[in-house]
Write a protein that binds this ligand. Structure first.
Ligand code: COA
Length: 174
């Protein structure tokens, strides 16, 4: 079983819904380019914070961002739009957690909501001295949470394979 590789933390596991979070931002002129479109970098900053919210709540700990997977921006976001970030911890491993952030844009005039992006971030729990901390496991309750839990395991395997490939490539160049 995959989770046999994870250290026994002795910490009680937590349900996904216990750390699920929502953050809302309104796009102001300082967040946008001269044409009034939201800057990609600002959106990435908010995604990082929204993902960290769920990771903090799940682990009840300080966290650092270890990685952010590939991001697509599917529709533009403009000054005056509301941006909604829904985050949850998909799966916890030993000291790290994968958090999913779904980003939507809402026009508060029409109420129309559109999907902007989905991001997967890995956070590592640390103490105040920066030492890694073991995190509680996640209890998926719904079919959707179970699917995300399993997908998170596959993504972790893919990340580790890629990190190993890069490590070998670096070693080969030295
Ligand atoms: C991320 C960081 C904590 C990893 O620490 P490390 O000692 O190099 O890594 P380790 O091999 O001990 O791995 C610790 C955990 O992080 C995970 N991890 C490390 N690098 C990762 C990456 N690039 N992507 C996803 N997970 C990663 C490991 O899988 C491991 O998870 P596990 O304990 O659940 O099995 C460390 O590289 C760091 O502090 N980076 C800077 C973080 C930061 O400042 N972020 C803000 C942006 S500047």
């Amino acid at each position: 079983m995959r989770d046999m590789e994870h250290r026994e933390s002795g910490l009680p596991a937590r349900k996904v819904r216990e750390s699920q979070s929502e953050m809302i931002e309104i796009v102001l002129p300082n967040d946008a380019n001269p044409l009034g479109a939201l800057l990609g970098g600002r959106l990435m900053h908010w995604i990082d914070i929204a993902g960290a919210l769920a990771a903090h709540r799940h682990s009840r700990s300080y966290v650092v961002t270890a990685s952010i997977d590939h991001l697509d921006f599917l529709v533009p976001v403009h000054v005056g739009d509301l941006v909604i970030f829904q985050s949850s911890v998909n799966r916890a491993f030993n000291t790290s957690m994968e958090t999913g952030v779904k980003v939507s844009v809402e026009s508060y005039v029409t109420g129309e909501r559109r999907h902007v992006s989905t991001a997967y971030l890995t956070f590592v729990a640390v103490d105040r001295h920066g030492r890694h901390r073991t995190v509680p496991q996640v209890i998926p309750e719904t079919d959707e949470e179970q699917r995300r839990f399993e997908d998170a395991g596959r993504r972790r395997d893919a990340r580790r394979t890629e990190m190993e490939r890069k490590r070998k490539a670096r070693a080969g160049r030295q």
